[in-house]
Design a protein around this ligand. Sequence first.
Ligand code: TMP
Length: 212
Amino acid sequence: MSKSKGFFITFEGPEGAGKSSQVTRLAEYLTSMGRECLITREPGGTGLAEVIRQVVKSHNTAEKVHDATELLLIEAARAQHVREKILPALEEGKVVICDRFSDSTCAYQGGARKMDMSVIDYLNNYASAGRKPDLTFLLDLSPEEGFKRISTREKEGFDRFENEKIDFHRQVRQAFLDNAKAEPQRIIVINAACDRDAIAEKIRQVINDSLF
Ligand code: TMP
């Protein structure tokens, strides 16, 4: 159980899994049940962290972004976000719903970029001041299906991660699934290829069991 009064929920998943719309729907449901919610996202969530998000996602000059730089930028954004926004909201008793968090670092920087997991674990813990999510929904989808969904956007509209090869995204997906297997109590895997209403209903059922 969490140390603070609030409840910390994260949504994870590969590109095109439909996280944002489920985040909104869950917040609407919780509000209707009388809980105050804070919707936020990573990287980002505060003025400073959103500036870092822009750099991490959209840096496109000839200068290569090294893996270590990418990881440290993401963790810097998280350190700011957790202290400035997430922990205070949890202290106030709110339900915090965050679109991506430290499981994304394990999947993208660990699983796909193959960075040292002991470094990632240390930095995740340091940046988040030791506060882990109480509950995580992993919306699982194949990269092929995910990219079909977001391909309505122009290729030039893709960010640094979306522009990675399909193999990178397969590794991201596998790492998410491996993490879920290691922490089945916290990480609930949901088939994101299902109908959106069915996904929202499944999420509500899990929430009813954990929160009400
Ligand atoms: P999104 O909000 O559109 O999902 O974009 C965020 C991108 O940042 C996404 O491609 C995944 C990536 N990311 C990481 O690589 N590591 C992380 O720790 C987080 C939070 C996001």
